[in-house]
Design a binder for this molecule. Structure first.
Ligand code: PEP
Ligand code: MG
Length: 538
């Protein structure tokens, strides 16, 4: 047996077989060779891209299968192939030729003025981007699991989790990542144990198929464990399951305080997750990270966005649902949308800051949100990474224009969106009195608020000693936010990961917060603590 100690990234225990996914193995390199060799590389990449797409289709939902089928057909398009071959004949490398042809082809489609064809350009970019990535040695292969496995990888990307089959993902063990990285946040919302920060020797392919025990609470990993260790883990897993069952009685219980009731909401990734959270007693959904839509196997179309939001609203069965507008950037880069290279991505073009650069994308999301609310019911929508009052006023002006257009075109009958702002920069907390004039609620994102207040990168394990959501400076900013929300008569909640810690939840309650939103497996333990805190009222 070999024991590894890493960092606890998502609580939980599991025993299973290892699947190593080593994406450090590079494919072809971008070097311009003789024309006939570049053509051969292109042909080979085409075959690999088609294989990847066919594999994705087998694991996709119906709607994605149609998009992938279109992408597959595009790879056989004669006109496109001739264009690429011509660029190679002119002396360009295979990858560059694909990119040149992609631009030409997309321009042609846009110039037709046909809305349907213009929309298809995102699929063309996606599928040709796959070919370029293969030629550049960047694998875009998603995690395809066919049996229950514990995944060992260099790093798990948020996009891997968006396409993963939950029933087969028993745990994650990674070399990179941190507790606050988005992939681990999503793993926590999915209830999948995860340990990060392990030595890269764990990627050894010989580990494939070996038995492993993973303890996501302690950050421990046991490869080739003895019978005793496996027995102990299985015992602890059964104990956990029993404890969960015995706490189920708390699920519908209200938490009365001396004033307003305390509400426990859930952070969710998709409609299935929302339905489960509701079943587990969530009184509302405090955060749906809509950028997750970009991490699926293909880019969202306006229709698929609309469907996704409608499904979220319906899954919540009348409880409030809060969708956050795209928070793309920093550790959630998305193809052409986030800037290529920034010296400090976390301080760069992220979230609402991209509204000026990608107005059409944000307007498209707005249209989908207005339509979904009109069809399926009221929603809360909130803006991420706000640091200026102008971030909010400019966005709200765009929202007003989109809404007016839709109302006068008869595309919607009414405006059923309630607007909010995420407080996740110190600037937003300090000007929360002004921000409160423009919206109806604040949601405090302590993950980023902590990172930006303490100048401690949430992705960097080395600065984790500085990264403390309970630091007096962070609490002071929360206090200011709560005070300003109360003065303005608007709601305030916490949706950062720290709300999932029962001890922190008590502190937030003392600061006057009456709504906490968290990964759903934390809801009952937090509820238990708060019921204890307010025992005399319950
Ligand atoms: C936060 O910053 O606390 C938050 C909830 O947003 P994210 O973790 O997606 O950045
Ligand atoms: Mg954030």
């Amino acid at each position: 047996m070999i024991k590894y100690i890493g960092n606890a990234a998502s609580g939980g225990l599991a025993v299973g077989k290892i699947k190593v996914i080593n994406r450090r193995i590079a494919g072809f390199k971008r070097v311009v060779l003789a024309t006939h060799r570049e053509k051969a590389l292109y042909e080979a990449a085409l075959i690999l891209a088609k294989d990847e797409i066919r594999r994705l289709m087998r694991n996709s939902e119906r709607e994605h299968q149609d998009i992938l089928m279109f992408q597959l057909v595009m790879l056989d398009d004669n006109g496109l192939n001739v264009m690429i071959q011509n660029h190679i004949s002119e002396g360009n490398g295979a990858a560059r030729s694909v990119e040149l042809a992609m631009e030409e082809y997309c321009d042609r489609l846009k110039n037709t003025g046909d809305a349907y064809l213009t929309e298809r350009t995102s699929d063309i970019r996606d599928v040709l981007g796959r070919v370029v990535d293969i030629l550049d040695g960047r694998s875009r292969e998603r995690f395809v699991l066919t049996e229950p496995s514990i995944i060992v990888a260099d790093e798990i990307l948020p996009s891997d989790l968006a396409s993963i089959d939950r029933q087969y993902a028993m745990g994650f063990i990674t070399v990179g990542g941190s507790y606050q990285s988005h992939a681990n946040i999503i793993a926590r919302t999915m209830g999948i144990p995860s340990v990060c920060g392990l030595d890269s020797e764990i990627l050894n392919p010989l580990n494939n198929g070996r038995t492993v025990c993973i303890d996501g609470y302690a950050g421990e990993v046991y490869i080739n464990p003895g019978e005793g260790t496996v027995g102990l883990f299985n015992h602890r897993i059964r104990q956990e399951q029993r404890a969960k069952v015995s706490l189920q009685s708390l699920k519908e219980k209200d938490i009365h305080t001396e004033g307003e009731d305390m509400q426990i909401w859930a952070n969710c990734n998709d409609p299935k997750d929302i339905a489960l959270a509701v079943e587990n007693g969530a009184k509302g959904i405090g955060l749906v990270r809509s950028e997750i839509l970009f991490m699926k196997s293909s880019l969202p179309t306006p229709e698929s966005q609309y469907q996704f939001y409608c499904d979220c609203i319906r899954a919540a069965a009348g409880r409030p649902v809060t969708i956050r507008t795209f928070d793309i950037g920093a550790d959630k880069p998305v193809g052409d949308i986030s800037p290529d290279k920034e010296p400090n991505p976390a301080l760069g073009m992220r979230g609402i800051r991209l509204q000026y650069r990608h107005r059409e994308l944000f307007a498209q999301q707005l249209r989908a949100l207005y339509r979904a609310a009109d069809t399926a019911g009221d929603i809360n929508v909130m803006l991420p990474m706000v640091s200026l009052e102008k971030d909010v006023t400019d966005y709200m002006e765009m929202a007003r224009q989109v809404k007016e257009e839709m109302l006068s075109a008869g595309e919607i009958k009414a405006d059923r969106i309630t607007w909010g702002v995420m407080i996740e920069t110190p600037a937003a907390a300090l000007i929360s009195d002004r921000l409160a004039q423009h919206v109806k609620f604040f949601s405090i994102g302590t993950n980023d608020l902590t990172q930006y207040t303490l100048a401690a990168d949430r992705m960097n394990m080395e600065t984790s000693a500085y990264y403390d959501p309970m630091h007096p400076a962070v609490l002071k900013l929360i206090e200011i936010t709560v005070e300003n929300a109360k003065k303005a008569g608007i709601k305030v909640s916490v949706c950062g990961e720290s709300a999932a810690d029962a001890a922190n939840a008590r502190v937030y309650a003392d600061l006057g917060i009456r709504c906490l939103s968290m990964a759903q497996n934390a809801m009952i333990p937090v509820k238990q603590q708060l019921l204890e805190k307010y025992a005399q009222n319950n």
